[in-house]
Design a protein around this ligand. Structure first.
Ligand SMILES: [Zn+2]
Length: 447
């Protein structure tokens, strides 16, 4: 019999329980199931009990075997945070673009000059799978230190069949070997690569007819995503790709209405997308249709912050009954951070979401956005023991003491992986000559 782990008497246990079937919407988004002086008991990889400490002691009396106690006094316990939108696997770095943007260049004009996504594509195509795995592992380590125990990861820096497959295979490898679970999305339609600039429809055909069948045949992704945006992929091209993805069992997601109001939210409702992400310029009609179709809005306030633009209208979406989730959008150009807790701060401070709403949006609703709500996203008996102990007296402090990492302990599937804010096992001891991002070398496209 497995040893029981007794997380004893936290100031608060934020369970976010009761929404494993459907994401939280409207006023229910604020119901996060706080248990004062709560305890959680873990057996093996699963949560066995969550409730008051008095009930926990009764529970333990009925059980035999060893019990290991972790004192949680003075701290709060939440579900492991879930990040439903990242571009985790890439090579190279783009910190020079910040200076360019500060001097007035737009994100789109940098992309059109061969920078942006296309610069990352060059470095990612040039990198070996080992180099990609190494760089991505460092990012997963940082996610873990910020309390994130599951991430979604998109391809989309290959933009050619082999390079897309390489990215997805690395994501799958990381899912197998790193404590953080990685849920894969195929996003071959992330940008039009230079060699297809004169024939964008030809590239769309390549994505739909060559890449999607191979991704599905190798079982490399669960979702298919498209950058539906003016100057990138049209609504018609996006719909075609997402419908082809569906035929191969890939569930649709959309990068929608980020820079202009483009009909992305409407398309998400039409194709039955699991989520529409960004949505800074989503139309009121699009928001209404998303609510009716149950499309989750994955909001990325860090991207708006980093690109110095207005964030999405979270309040309008919550009031319309759209389920809202939050994410870092971790990527090398428009949101280079693994701090989901800081994104939660931004959701409060820039989108006026309440501390309760951001917790539900970063746990159970985020789990719904990647099809994992049956197993993760809340503290309930039977779910995976993915848990975070924050060194804070109450959950409001996580948003009040902004931009400070208060993660103390992280448990992944019943195993402690972060203690006292420190990663217990180094996941990568490899020295890698192409670990550019942490060393600040010049991007390949500027050489
Ligand atoms: Zn994205």
């Amino acid at each position: 019999m497995a040893e029981l782990l007794y997380l004893k008497e936290a100031e608060q246990v934020v369970t976010v329980a009761g929404a494993s079937d459907k994401p939280k919407v409207g006023e229910d988004l604020s119901e996060i199931g706080v248990i004062e002086r709560g305890s959680v008991i873990v057996e093996g990889e699963k949560i066995a009990f969550a409730g008051t400490d008095a009930d926990a002691r009764h529970y333990l009396q009925k059980r035999s075997g060893k019990v290991k106690t972790i004192e949680a006094t003075g701290k709060i316990l939440t579900p492991g945070l879930v990040d439903p939108h990242t571009h985790l696997v890439f090579a190279g770095s783009r910190e020079q673009e910040l200076t360019m943007r500060l001097k007035g260049k737009s994100y789109m004009s940098i992309l059109q000059a061969g920078g942006g996504i296309l610069s990352t594509t060059k470095s990612t195509r040039a990198a070996t799978a080992d180099q990609l795995a190494h760089e991505s592992r460092l990012r997963l380590d940082r996610f873990l230190k910020h309390g994130v125990t599951t991430v979604e990861a998109k391809s989309g820096y290959g933009l050619a069949t082999d390079a897309e497959l390489k990215q997805l295979r690395v994501a799958q490898q990381l899912n197998n070997e790193h404590p953080v679970d990685v849920v894969s999305t195929f996003m071959g339609a992330h940008a039009i690569p230079p060699e297809w600039k004169q024939d964008p429809d030809g590239f769309v055909q390549l994505v739909a007819e060559e890449m999607i069948p191979q991704v599905a045949a190798e079982n490399l992704a669960e979702f298919c995503d498209v950058f539906c945006e003016e100057g990138v992929f049209t609504v018609a091209q996006s719909q075609y790709i997402l419908e082809e993805g569906k035929k191969h069992g890939l569930k649709p997601k959309i990068h929608a209405d980020e820079l202009v109001s483009f009909g992305g939210a409407e398309l998400a409702a039409k194709v039955g997308a699991v989520s529409a992400d960004h949505l800074l310029k989503a139309s009121p009609t699009g928001i209404e249709q998303m609510a009716e179709a149950g499309v989750i809005a994955v909001l990325l306030p860090g991207t708006a912050f980093f690109l110095m633009t207005e964030p999405a209208n979270a309040r309008a979406m919550i009031e319309a009954g759209v389920p809202v989730a939050l994410s870092t959008d971790r990527n090398p150009g428009s949101s280079p951070t693994e701090s989901l807790p800081f994104i939660m701060n931004l959701a409060c401070l820039t989108m006026k979401m309440t501390p309760e709403e951001v917790l539900a949006a970063s746990t159970i609703n985020a789990a719904h956005a990647i099809g994992r709500a049956k197993d993760i996203g809340s503290i309930e008996a039977g779910k995976n023991a993915d848990l975070v102990l924050f060194d804070a007296p109450n959950y409001q402090t996580l948003q009040y003491n902004y931009a400070v990492n208060r993660v103390d302990t992280v448990m992944k599937a019943g195993k402690i992986v972060v203690e006292g804010g420190v990663l217990l096992e180094k996941t990568d001891n490899q020295r890698c000559s192409l670990a550019t991002e942490d060393r600040g070398t010049r991007p390949i496209w500027q050489k």
